[in-house]
Design a binder for this molecule. Structure first.
Ligand code: GBH
Length: 505
């Protein structure tokens, strides 16, 4: 890719935050230590077959014991900010049905204080997919409206304990992803699914994903209300939400194709962003869903409307949108990039596919469907800019997963493709900003390889490789590049082969 060859930090405005991101369950480990409670993921991982290679987050990157080292690494990279999440079960082991765990509070205080000592701004996700199993057992997690109060209590606990020093909050990471994976595909806990996905023991309707998002939306809105009424003036921070945001391009260059792409964007990105800006679900969804889409009462609308100071965008890849109104969306069983079920209302009668006439939309990566399409960054930022009147945005995740193909083993050792990816995506981000998009920061997913949910440790996004025998963090070429980029020395040689990872064949 030549697209990003000349990108430098100086092309971004002063005060723009460059950072790296992680989440609690994916890195911390120490799942039984110091009073932490069991989470939905701990339990889900204990059932054979749920996670690739029988993986789990019980030790993960052992960041619970290595956080000081991680902060030194962040400092050596020269990042402005670190995006991490708070483990709900470490701070409130039984949600609002138990005590606050002092060791959990201490752990995050230590992280925050040490980051600040190193001049790194904490950028905190309150909830990133993991919650107390207690809440799943008592009333079925996000399917219950009661979960809203649990989240508000958790968020309040965070504001109260950490808000004097944390100036950037996001409430919930990717409600759209969690809903799809947990209640439609059945691959995240609690493993509910709906046809045509899998043969789950529980769940079986297209309604569950809609209900889960509805409860997450209201939980967000109510937590932001608490922040604004009781903390924001005193603490002076800003608060937002983060959406998973694939860009969709029309599979066919006609009106039908364009409409399919618009529908897919509305049914994924706007599904969770329209409510926090306009106080309502996208008109596109309201039209198609008729009565099954939950509604906000007029009081709830007031809570939801303008409930973000900024929009967080997790953007990795672009797919084609295939119309399923005028043509059938049945998948070729050999096409691993086609998402079946596009002919259902919940996906807006559109399916997302990775190729056109057998030609992939971009280079494949280690993660299925994460094709490298740098222009998609500009497309997504423009979409959010136009739809939401240029609300301030942060790119809260953008990252490249190494191909996990033994034939390409050299690429795993020398991640120059990750470097090319970031340069190219950053140059399209800079183009969007030159055209007026108000983007305030950019976080690389991820600081280090970590527990990639249902995919276990198979897929690696890290600037650092983690040797799980020793928990050593080993720099990749991309970490050298990022450091040079951040010190505005982007022309520094990044062609050196970093070949110091033994144990990989
Ligand atoms: C983000 O999700 C998450 O916020 C983060 O925790 C995660 O580590 C990161 O991206 C990388 O994936 O092969 O069918 O199991 C992005 C959206 C949705 C992408 C689920 C991967 C798995 C598809 N993710 N998808 S599958």
């Amino acid at each position: 890719v030549v697209e990003g060859e000349n990108i430098t930090r100086s092309q971004f405005p002063d005060g723009f935050l460059f950072g790296a991101a992680t989440s609690a369950y994916q890195i911390e480990g120490a799942y039984l230590e110091d009073g932490r409670g069991l989470s939905n993921w701990d339990v889900f991982c204990s059932t054979n077959g749920n996670i690739a290679d029988g993986g789990n987050g019980y030790i993960a990157d052992d960041a619970y014991h290595h956080y000081l080292e991680d902060i030194e690494i962040l400092h050596s990279l020269g990042v402005d900010a670190y995006r991490f999440s708070i483990s709900w079960t470490r701070t409130l082991p039984k949600g609002r049905f138990g005590e606050v765990n002092p060791s959990g509070i201490l752990f995050y205080n230590n992280i925050i204080d040490n980051l600040l000592l190193r001049g790194i701004k904490p950028f905190v996700t309150i909830h990133h997919f993991d919650y107390p199993q207690e809440l799943e057992a008592i009333y079925g997690g996000w399917l219950s409206p009661l979960m809203q109060e649990d989240f508000v209590y958790f968020a309040e606990t965070c504001f109260k304990n950490f808000g004097d020093r944390v100036k950037y909050w996001t409430t919930i990471n990717e409600p759209n992803t969690f809903s799809e994976m947990a209640y439609e595909r059945g691959v995240y806990p609690p493993g509910h699914c709906s046809p045509p996905f899998g043969n789950c023991s529980a769940g079986n309707s297209d309604i569950e994903p809609l209900i889960a998002v509805h409860n997450m939306m209201l939980a967000h809105g109510k937590a932001v209300k608490v922040y604004r009424e009781r903390f924001q003036a005193k603490q002076g921070g800003i608060i937002g939400i983060t959406a998973n945001a694939y860009m969709y391009e029309p599979l066919t260059d006609d009106e039908i194709g364009k409409a399919a792409a618009e529908r897919l964007l509305a049914f994924t990105v706007a599904w969770v962003l329209d409510p926090v800006v306009f106080g309502e679900y996208p008109p596109e969804m309201q039209r198609i869903h008729g009565k099954e889409l939950p509604k906000f009462t007029s009081e709830e609308k007031m809570v939801m409307k303008d409930s973000v100071d900024f929009i967080g965008i997790n953007h990795y890849a672009t797919l084609y949108a295939k119309d399923c109104i005028y043509s059938t969306c049945k998948c070729d069983p050999l096409d691993s990039t086609c998402v079946p079920g596009g002919d259902r209302p919940i996906r807006g009668f559109a399916s997302s596919v990775g190729d056109r006439n057998g030609i992939p939309i971009g280079e494949p990566t280690g993660m299925a469907r994460f094709f490298v399409v740098p222009r998609g960054m500009e497309g997504m930022v423009d979409y959010v800019k136009n739809r939401y009147h240029n609300k301030p945005m942060f790119i809260t995740e953008n990252g490249y997963s190494s191909p996990n193909n033994p034939i390409k083993i050299n690429e795993i050792k020398d991640d120059h493709k990750r470097v090319e990816y970031h340069k190219a995506y950053l140059s399209y981000l800079s183009r969007a900003m030159n055209n007026g998009a108000d983007v305030r920061g950019y976080f690389i997913w991820s600081l280090m390889d970590n527990f990639e949910w249902n995919l276990g440790y198979k897929v690696k996004f890290g600037l650092y490789y983690v040797d799980h025998r020793t928990s050593h963090r080993i720099p990749q070429l991309s970490s050298v590049w990022y450091k040079d980029f951040l010190s505005n020395n982007a022309n520094a040689k990044t062609g050196v082969l970093f070949n110091n990872r033994d144990g990989i064949n």
